[in-house]
Design a protein around this ligand. Structure first.
Ligand code: NAI
Ligand code: MG
Length: 398
C-alpha cells in the first residue's frame, strides 16, 4: 500500500450528498486509505449566498490537489434560482448553472466512466425467464464510456437563431427541403457537435480499459445509419483504432434504440460500451437499472490530470433532513473505489468492494431501496438499515 499521504478535495454539495460522502470517508479511513480531506464549497448554499454555486476557491483546490470526491448538488429552474438569491445579489443579473456540469467543462473532464456490475444477492437485480420458463438472473459486468463534454450537451443552441446562423443552415439542401418554409422565430435548434480529438480520446479510453481489464468487446452505441456525420465519425474512427491499435478486441456496433431493447434480453454479453454524451447518459441509466438503480450507480469524470468521482444520483432533497438518514451510500462508496483504482490504490478498492459484496450477499443489512420500500422516515422501524448502519456493516466486513 502507498503510505504517502494524499489530499482529496471533498465536495459534499447539497442534500444527501453530504451524508453519503461522510459515510464514505469513514469507510475509506477504516479500510486504511491514508489521506487528508479538504472541503470544497459547491452547490445551492453558495448560489444563494454568493451567486456562484462553483466558487473560484473550489476550482483552485481541485487545481492544486487534482482529485475530487463529489456527493450531489441541488439544481432548480431559472426562476426559482433567482428567487432564492441573497437579496443583495438579486439585481445583478446572475444566472444559475449546474456546478457539476461547470466542473466537467472547466477542467475538460471529457471521459465519463460508469460501471454497472451485478452484486450477487441484490434483490434489485434484473431477472428474466429462460426458454424453459425458469427464472434467470444474468450476471452483468458492463462499463460505459460516455463522452462528457460535447454532443447534444455542448450548449450550442438557439431558439429563433440569429441571421448568420440561419444563413449557414440555409446553405444545407436538407434544411431548405425540410425546414425552408418555417418562420425563423419558430425554430429551436440544439447542435450535436463531435470533434475528432475528443471522440478519439473516449474511444481510446474505452479500448484501453477493455485491454487492461480483459473485456473481449467494445460496443459503439450510437446511430450511424441515421446520424451519419457525428455517429458516423465515431464508428469509423472506432474501426480504424480497433484495426490499428486493438486488433485483439472485438468491435461491436449497436444503435441506441435497439441497445435499449437488447439490454433486457441479454445484458450479460456486453463488456465495454462507448457512446457520445446523450446516448452514453441514456444507455448508462438503462444498465444501472438492471443492477440496482441509483443506490448502486457510480461514476468517474476524468480529464488529462484532474479527476472527479461521483454517484450518479442527485441530492434527493426530500430525504436530506431525516434525523436518521435512510438512503443507500453504496453508489458513493463505489465511486470512491473508482477513485482508489485511479490513484493506484486498487488493493484497498478491492477490499471495500468485497466487503460491499459480502454485505449485499448476506442480505441482513439492506437500505430501504433494497427492500423495495417507499422512502419514508418509518422504514427503519420496518427493518430497513439506515445509511449509517449500512456503512457500519461494510466497515465490519472489511
Ligand atoms: P435524485 O437522484 O436526487 O433522487 C431521485 C430519487 O431516487 C429519490 O427521491 C430517491 O427515491 C432515489 N434515490 C436517489 N439516490 C438514492 C440513494 N442513494 N439511495 C436510495 N434512493 C435514492 O434525483 P431528483 O429527485 O431528480 O433530483 C433531486 C435534485 O438533485 C435536483 O435538484 C436535481 O437537479 C439534483 N441532481 C443532481 C445530480 C448531481 O449532483 N450529479 C444528478 C441528478 C439530480
Ligand atoms: Mg443521467
Amino acid at each position: 500500500m502507498n503510505m504517502q499521504k494524499r489530499t482529496i478535495v471533498a465536495l459534499p454539495g447539497d442534500g444527501i450528498g453530504r451524508v453519503v460522502l461522510d459515510e464514505t470517508i469513514r469507510v475509506l479511513d477504516r479500510a486504511g486509505f491514508v489521506a487528508s480531506y479538504v472541503e470544497g464549497d459547491i452547490g445551492w448554499e453558495f448560489w444563494k449566498s454568493e451567486g456562484n454555486p462553483l466558487p473560484d476557491r473550489t476550482i483552485q483546490l481541485l487545481e492544486t490537489h487534482k482529485i475530487g470526491l463529489f456527493g450531489a448538488i441541488t439544481s432548480k429552474p431559472k426562476d426559482a434560482a433567482s428567487r432564492e438569491l441573497d437579496p443583495g445579489l438579486k439585481e445583478k443579473g446572475l444566472i444559475y448553472s449546474s456546478p457539476i456540469v461547470g466542473l466537467r467543462q472547466h477542467f475538460n473532464l471529457d471521459i465519463c466512466i460508469r460501471p454497472c456490475r451485478t452484486y450477487k444477492g441484490n434483490p434489485l437485480n434484473f431477472i428474466r425467464r429462460g426458454a424453459d420458463g425458469a427464472i434467470e438472473e444474468p450476471e452483468i459486468d458492463v462499463v460505459i464510456f460516455r463522452q462528457n463534454t460535447e454532443g447534444l450537451y455542448g450548449g450550442v443552441e438557439w431558439t429563433n437563431p440569429p441571421e448568420i446562423v440561419y444563413k449557414g443552415l440555409a446553405s444545407h439542401p436538407r434544411f431548405v427541403k425540410n425546414f425552408g418554409n418555417v418562420p425563423v422565430e419558430e425554430l429551436s435548434i440544439s447542435t450535436r457537435i463531435f470533434t475528432r480529438s475528443a471522440t478519439g480520446r473516449i474511444l481510446r479510453a474505452a479500448f484501453e480499459h477493455a485491454r487492461k481489464q480483459g473485456y473481449k468487446s467494445v460496443t459503439v452505441c450510437e446511430k450511424p445509419n441515421v446520424i451519419r456525420e457525428t455517429s458516423g465519425m465515431m464508428y469509423k474512427m472506432a474501426q480504424e483504432i480497433q484495426a490499428s491499435e486493438y486488433p485483439g478486441i472485438e468491435l461491436w456496433n449497436t444503435n441506441i434504440d435497439a441497445q435499449m431493447m437488447w439490454l433486457t434480453k441479454n445484458p450479460e454479453i456486453y463488456g465495454v460500451i462507448v457512446a457520445g454524451n446523450m446516448f452514453g447518459d441514456i444507455v448508462s441509466d438503462g444498465f444501472a437499472g438492471l443492477i440496482g438503480g441509483l443506490g448502486f450507480a457510480c461514476s468517474a469524470n476524468l480529464g488529462e490530470d484532474i479527476a472527479v468521482f461521483e454517484p450518479t444520483h442527485g441530492s434527493a432533497p426530500k430525504y436530506a433532513d431525516y434525523p436518521e438518514s435512510i438512503i443507500n451510500p453504496i453508489a458513493m462508496m463505489e465511486s470512491a473505489c473508482m477513485m482508489l483504482d485511479h490513484i493506484n490504490e486498487a488493493e484497498t478498492a478491492g477490499r471495500i468492494r468485497s466487503s460491499i459484496a459480502k454485505v449485499v450477499l448476506e442480505g441482513k443489512v439492506r437500505t430501504y431501496d433494497m427492500m423495495k420500500m417507499t422512502g419514508r422516515a418509518d422504514v427503519i422501524q420496518k427493518g430497513a438499515a439506515s445509511t449509517r448502519q449500512m456503512a457500519d456493516a461494510i466497515i465490519e466486513n472489511l
